[in-house]
Design a protein around this ligand. Structure first.
Ligand SMILES: [Zn+2]
Length: 159
């Protein structure tokens, strides 16, 4: 999926669920993270090297689930030792933790969105799952994104 469609689909889904514009904005940043960390295929590394790493560890959902779980655990003051469990630290860290969770959710949605236009890792990069409903960059991809946006709009107006 193109980055613009990752951002639109992720942002609309997250805003539909949370009604939080800042949270949705950070999820949109997370929606390009798995591809961004792979580097630019036209950049300093060879295309072959980039291709061999594409949709590898960067697209492993367990990493983002662990990241979200760790941040969610940090929100619970009683679970943290010493200064990190203090009210002063938690009041400072509350917003960054919340927005970090948004980044992780955006990355997870990126992986889910990639799974409908190819294969992504399930548990490890060697075991990939997914279906190819459309080719990346095709008009079908844009129509798919439009349908998701319309479904979210319908959900917001009906609920
Ligand atoms: Zn991707």
């Amino acid at each position: 999926m193109k980055w613009i469609n990752h951002q639109v689909v992720t942002g609309v889904i997250v805003y539909t669920v949370t009604e939080d514009l800042l949270f949705a904005s950070f999820s949109m940043a997370g929606a390009i993270f798995p591809d961004k960390v792979e580097g630019n295929p036209r950049g300093g590394i060879s295309f072959r090297k980039w291709r061999s790493r594409h949709r590898g560890w960067s697209h492993c959902p367990l990493i983002y689930l662990a990241f979200i779980g760790l941040l969610a655990k940090c929100q619970d003051a009683s679970s943290l030792p010493g200064f990190f469990g203090s009210a002063a630290f938690l009041s400072l860290a509350e917003t960054p933790i919340h927005l970090g969770i948004a980044l992780g959710i955006g990355a997870l949605l990126h992986i889910a969105e990639d799974s409908v236009c190819g294969k992504v890792p399930l548990l490890t990069p060697s075991r990939k799952v997914g279906i190819r409903l459309f080719t990346v960059g095709s008009i079908t991809e844009y129509l798919f994104s439009l349908v998701v946006v319309l479904l979210c709009y319908a959900a917001r107006t009906m609920l």
